[in-house]
Design a protein around this ligand. Structure first.
Ligand code: GDP
Ligand code: MG
Length: 658
């Protein structure tokens, strides 16, 4: 049976949830279409999504279109979660991009279209809300061309726009005028169409042109467009016909090796973990042994073995236990306790070609506190649970201060976490204002050695460490120069504490792009007093930090790429403001009726500039930004309070630990 993994993407409020409900109703999965406004939808499972009317976690629902099985994967729509959107794109075969007929193409729509293009995912555009006052019809096609850079191919057109009774009429795809218009659109990027057109004297076959359209859709700059209203159901049947006709079913074969990326993880109330995968190829069966391929945050691939103890398959009737799941399909796997989002599940022996690198870490953080200090432990447990289900959440704990900070992609994430913790865990919390997160890179090479029993070192261990710069973006590297005769536990103790120590550099920020070498290590095993792994845990952080002191570090702050679309006569003023905010203009060019400015700017300056942009562009501007990289701070380096013992003062540290 052919399978299509479908995503519905939209700027928030364009009608993604309403359309999902309507599709499930039309295809007989649910008996009545729920309403976002009444909080009765099927797919927004979390309480908080109901309250806010937005969708954050991915969920899977299946329905049938004739003999095509469609797995609808609910993807988030807000820009704070763009990284999660991009990850979920990897498991899709095609997308319906929803645009509101009233608001038209919005900033997030543009960003989503760009992500689809980059992923080579074909999409159909659904122009929703044709029943609402102010809805636009054909003029939107021009806006789609201009703002999205997509050539629209209208497949249905609206009637009685802006009225409750608004409906759609499918275009006559056999009509010579329509075929000629389609040929023209296709010819814009395909010279062969023109040649074929001339050969046939303008009588090109419909089948030929439509096949060419399907082919070009993969480039992401041409898309069929359907009008409709998710709320009333108008145009939704036509859209579903379009899904069948234009989007390509999953490839891959059951007899190939199994490869399945993990895109979601949940826990049952019993605590059992369910790992959601999409099979790119091959099949997986209950009791099969599989390999979990994980890319750690240092970029290395780690392998773990596990056995699948159960599989949830998806049908129109819901999830149900199955024995086998085949290529192209979605499944919930039981028994894979160590799997994380972004991992690849494969047959025992298979080489995983590409595992997604970890997300770029968020550029912001904020301290989170329970309103009732007595709930600190409960909060910590709740956050650890949430962090496992959602790779966008990462924590930093400072036990000495009883302080937990959370890394953030944006301000909306704070609101979402506040509500989740309140509703699901009954914990009221407060956030401090967000701060940017810097990193430290070694400025040069540094080396330090502590010899046991010498120079006032009372710890029963000898450790020598060298630190030196590694290429930007390459993370931390650790190597042992001389594998001596220490027990493995002692080497492990050194390695683990090296990474721990480097989580706070000279200015308190995490150290990265750094190569660490263990140059010397000695232990005493057979005479009393003998060395323990604990001795190495005590001594290593001191050696690392002393080596780092010698090397010195450079504090680097996050930089974003900001794209602003502004009216031409405001470009000068916008650029001036950007440059004053430490921005560097990369490019400006006309983009439809507006001008696009591409600029690199420190994340720290973004909130200020975002406040000024509406005024500077008379309210006509729109913008998006995304994290690019960290770059050295030129002015005074910002610091972050250090936690734990002070490793920068050797004498005091040695006195404290012994
Ligand atoms: P999402 O944020 O993209 O999931 O959008 P929702 O489905 O939550 O819809 C946002 C708002 O638009 C809600 O108040 C919906 O009732 C409303 N809405 C969605 N589709 C339609 C439609 O076809 N017509 C009208 N008039 N309103 C709609
Ligand atoms: Mg929604």
């Amino acid at each position: 049976m052919a399978i299509l993994n479908l995503g519905i993407l939209a700027h928030v409020d364009a009608g993604k949830t309403t359309l999902t409900e309507r599709i499930l109703y039309e295809t007989g999965v649910i008996a009545a279409a729920g309403s976002v406004d009444k909080g009765t939808t099927q797919t927004d499972t979390l309480e908080i999504e109901r309250a806010r009317g937005i969708t954050i976690k991915a969920a899977v629902v299946s329905f049938q279109l004739g003999d095509l099985k469609v797995n609808l994967i609910d993807t988030p729509g807000h820009s704070d979660f763009i990284a999660e959107v991009e990850r979920s794109l990897r498991v899709l075969d095609g997308v319906v991009l929803v645009v509101s007929a009233v608001e038209g193409v919005q900033s997030q729509t543009r960003r989503l279209a760009a992500a689809l293009r980059a992923a080579g995912l074909p999409f159909i555009i659904f122009v929703n809300k044709i029943d609402r006052l102010g809805a636009r019809g054909e003029p939107l096609l021009e806006e789609i061309t201009r703002k999205l850079g997509v050539r629209p191919v209208p497949m249905s057109l609206p009637a009685r726009l802006g009225e409750r009774e608004a409906s759609v009429t499918p275009v006559d795809r056999g009509a010579p005028a329509w075929l000629e218009a389609l040929a023209d659109l296709l010819a814009e990027t395909d010279i062969e169409i023109i040649e074929a057109f001339e050969r046939c004297g303008g009588e090109l076959e419909r089948g030929y042109l439509e096949a060419a359209l399907r082919e070009q859709m993969r480039g992401g700059d041409i898309a069929p467009v359907y009008f409709g209203a998710a709320m009333t159901g108008a145009g939704v049947r036509e859209l579903l016909d379009g899904v069948r006709e234009w989007l390509p079913p999953a490839g891959g074969a059951d007899d190939e090796p199994a490869l399945a990326p993990v895109f979601k993880i949940t826990r049952k109330p019993s605590g059992e973990k369910i790992v959601y995968v999409r099979l790119m190829s091959g099949r997986l069966a209950v009791r099969q042994r599989v390999t979990i391929h994980h890319r750690n945050r240092f970029g290395e691939v780690e392998l773990a073995e596990a056995r699948i103890t159960g599989i949830d398959g998806y049908r129109s009737s819901g999830a149900e236990p199955v024995q086998v799941v085949g290529s192209g399909d979605i499944a919930g796997l039981h028994g894979l306790r160590d799997a994380r989002i972004g991992d690849l599940i494969g047959d025992e022996a298979v080489d995983a070609p590409e595992i997604a690198p970890a997300f770029p870490l968020p550029a912001l953080e904020s301290v989170i506190r329970p309103a009732d200090p007595g709930q600190l432990t409960a909060l910590r447990t709740a956050l650890e649970e949430l962090a496992e289900q959602d790779p966008l959440i990462s924590l930093r704990q400072r036990d000495d201060l009883g302080e937990i900070s959370v890394r953030l992609y944006g301000e909306v994430q704070k609101e979402v976490m506040t509500e989740t913790l309140e509703r699901e865990y009954g914990i009221a919390i407060e956030f401090e204002p967000s701060r940017i997160i810097c990193v430290e890179r070694p400025a040069g090479t540094g080396e330090h050695i502590e010899l046991m029993g010498e120079n006032g070192n009372p710890i029963m261990a000898t450790v020598g460490i060298r630190v030196e710069p590694a290429p930007p973006g390459s993370g931390l590297h650790y190597a042992v120069r001389e594998m001596g005769s220490m027990p493995p536990a002692h080497y492990r103790a050194v390695e683990e504490t090296v990474f721990e120590a480097l989580s706070q550099g000279l200015y308190g920020w995490e150290v990265t792009d750094c190569a660490v070498t263990l140059t010397e290590a000695r232990t005493i095993l057979y005479s009393s007093p003998f060395s323990t792994a604990g001795d190495f845990r005590k001594l290593t952080p001191l050696v690392v930090m002393q080596a780092l002191l010698q090397a010195g570090t450079v504090v680097c702050e996050p930089i974003e790429q900001l794209e602003v679309d502004a009216p031409e006569d405001t470009v000068g003023a916008v650029c001036t403001a950007l440059i004053r905010a430490r921005g560097t203009i990369q490019d400006t060019y006309p983009e439809g009726a507006l001008h696009r400015i591409i600029c690199e700017i420190p994340t720290a300056e973004l909130p200020g500039i975002e406040q000024r942009l509406p005024g500077l562009t008379r309210g006509e501007g729109s913008w998006t930004s995304r994290y690019l990289r960290h770059e050295p701070v030129h002015d005074e380096a910002p610091t972050r309070p250090r936690s734990g013992p002070n490793l920068l003062n050797r004498e005091r540290y040695l006195a404290e630990v012994s």
